[in-house]
Design a binder for this molecule. Structure first.
Ligand code: ZN
Length: 248
């Protein structure tokens, strides 16, 4: 470990820039390159992309709050990882895990999407880190278990929404659980391995239930109660996996 944290600061800043580029561009153009302004799809300037300008580029659209926050947050995160490296993973693996799940969470929160290329990249990273930490058998079993359990929940959610819609004589408008969540559960299972995936799923479902329950209560208090609202599991799966991998 270097006695000087400046390289870590820069590395963290660049991870924030990287997450911004993917989150701005991938859901809008379905491509990684070139990075675009998410509002009008014109190219970002290099200063905008690096987080050093008020606007994305020549279009003059102001950068989103998220694109301001992520580079310094990444720098702070890398400095924290350097100061307190997680026990089971060294700095580099922990940094890759945090950067990957930041991409997943930001895109999922902003677009309610877990994109296939992001899931495939996660599967590759999860297999590499999983085989290194738990061996091939545990990694594949963890991935299969995560995928199967979430697929079961997905099927149940789809059945339940259809049943509710028919009972209330309404058209079906929302699926309880997106299929991206199923892919992400498989990916987190690869990272966590077997039996770690069980703890990851339980923690994610509990977190999702508590937060969604709190949200429903808050809406009810404001008399905007909806009887049935979809729970977005993606961010909770990601949070649970990061917590268990790095700090549990
Ligand atoms: Zn623009």
């Amino acid at each position: 470990m270097s006695p000087i944290p400046i390289p870590y600061f820069l590395l963290g800043w660049l991870s924030g820039v990287f997450v911004n580029l993917l989150a701005d561009t991938l859901p809008v153009t379905r491509r990684v390159w070139p990075p675009v302004c998410p509002r009008c799809k014109t190219a970002q300037s290099w200063r905008g992309a690096l987080g050093l300008a008020r606007v994305y580029g020549a279009c003059g659209h102001p950068r989103s709050l998220r694109s301001w926050v992520l580079p310094p947050a990444g720098a702070a995160g890398a400095l924290l990882l350097w100061l307190y490296p997680p026990a089971r993973f060294g700095f580099w693996a922990a940094w890759a895990i945090l950067t990957y799940f930041a991409v997943v969470v930001v895109i999922d929160v902003e677009h309610r999407l877990i994109l296939h290329p992001v899931s495939w990249a996660g599967a590759a990273l999860g297999v590499a880190l999983g085989v290194w930490r738990h061996g091939l058998g545990s990694t594949l079993l963890g991935g299969a278990a995560g995928y199967a359990v979430m697929l079961g929940l997905y099927a149940f959610g789809a059945f339940f929404s259809r049943w509710m819609a028919r009972r209330r004589g309404e058209p079906l408008d929302e699926v309880a659980l997106g299929f991206g969540d199923v892919n992400l559960a498989g990916v987190t299972g690869l990272f966590l391995g077997w039996p770690g995936v069980a703890a990851g799923l339980i923690l994610a479902i509990l977190l999702g239930g508590v937060v969604s329950g709190g949200y429903l209560l808050w809406m009810a208090a404001r008399r905007r109660y909806r009887a049935f609202a979809a729970i977005p599991y993606g961010p909770f799966l990601a949070l649970a996996a990061v917590w268990l991998l790095l700090w549990a």
